[in-house]
Design a protein around this ligand. Structure first.
Ligand SMILES: Nc1ncnc2c1ncn2[C@@H]1O[C@H](COP(=O)(O)OP(=O)(O)OP(=O)(O)O)[C@@H](O)[C@H]1O
Ligand SMILES: [Mg+2]
Length: 251
């Protein structure tokens, strides 16, 4: 078995009065495309935000690359952050900057590379995610939804991370663009040896792109594993997602 990249154990999260996670655990291994699936409000984004150190659970532990993320010095935390890229749900590009400038910003913030080299790297990343070369000069408002996702992905990949976090990468995209984006994620995983963690509602993504996933519900992990393993579990939430919804998709 491949080495473990992320190990979350017994995570308990309270936000205000709300108990969001009541002891959730999951194990994500190198080179996997791993998804967090669950109904709206089941705490998927919150869990993702805890993994990337934007929020802190009340108890439990998260180890990434073997390090307990609750137990890092500032320098260690900064070093660890450089090893992952994040694609937020909205894309979160700066609207006043071009695609090229959006990506450049990251290199300026985290590296001392000379401008000419940064420019070459930006062009490479834009090419890597399948955007046309001229996209470097475009503003986010001039891009389609699919192109915005790709531009945000190019930025997430700027520092050559080994780990990629995606929050609802195909939401808002039409079915064809969604499948193309899924295919891109798989290609990049293979090409760059990435480990990918994504929050998704997209059952096509679960069926065709994801290796394993955790189904969140009732504040817990209802099921975890490959699609086949999860489907073998007898639980109303599993039925809800995979019988009702697949029935709906087939019309
Ligand atoms: N700052 C906060 N204070 C209190 N409650 C919050 C806060 N942020 C989120 N919540 C609540 O936490 C729960 C989980 O939110 P989260 O965004 O993680 O869900 P989600 O599974 O990502 O949902 P969606 O699929 O709609 O994106 C929700 O009930 C939400 O209302
Ligand atoms: Mg969410």
């Amino acid at each position: 078995m491949k080495p473990i990249v992320i190990e979350a154990r017994n995570i308990v999260t309270r936000l205000g009065e709300n108990l969001i996670h009541d002891s959730i655990s999951c194990t994500i291994r190198e080179n996997e495309i791993y998804a967090l699936l669950g109904g709206s409000g089941s705490g998927k984004s919150t869990f993702l935000r805890e993994m990337i150190m934007l929020e802190t659970p009340q108890s439990g532990s998260i180890h990434i690359f073997g390090k307990d993320i609750a137990d890092l010095s500032l320098t260690e935390a900064q070093e660890l952050r450089k090893q992952w890229g994040v694609l937020f749900q909205s894309g979160a590009l700066y609207s006043s900057l071009t695609v090229g400038e959006n990506i450049t910003l990251l290199y300026k913030e985290y590296t001392d590379l000379p401008p000419a080299l940064i420019h070459e790297l930006v062009k490479l990343k834009i090419d890597l995610v399948g955007l046309p070369t001229h996209a470097i000069h475009l503003y986010p408002s001039q891009l389609s939804g699919g192109m915005i996702k790709r531009a945000a992905l190019a930025r997430a990949l700027a520092l050559d991370p080994k780990l990629l976090f995606l929050d609802e990468p195909t939401s808002g995209l039409d079915p064809l663009s969604s499948r193309q984006f899924d295919a891109l994620i798989q290609q990049l995983r293979d090409l760059l040896g990435l480990t990918v963690v994504m929050v998704t509602h997209d059952l096509d993504t679960i069926h065709h792109t994801v290796d394993r996933f955790a189904l969140l519900g009732e504040k817990r992990v209802i099921a975890q594993g490959t699609l086949k393993e999860v489907l073998a579990i007898n639980h109303p939430i599993v039925d809800y997602f995979f019988q009702k919804e697949s029935h709906g998709i087939q019309g």
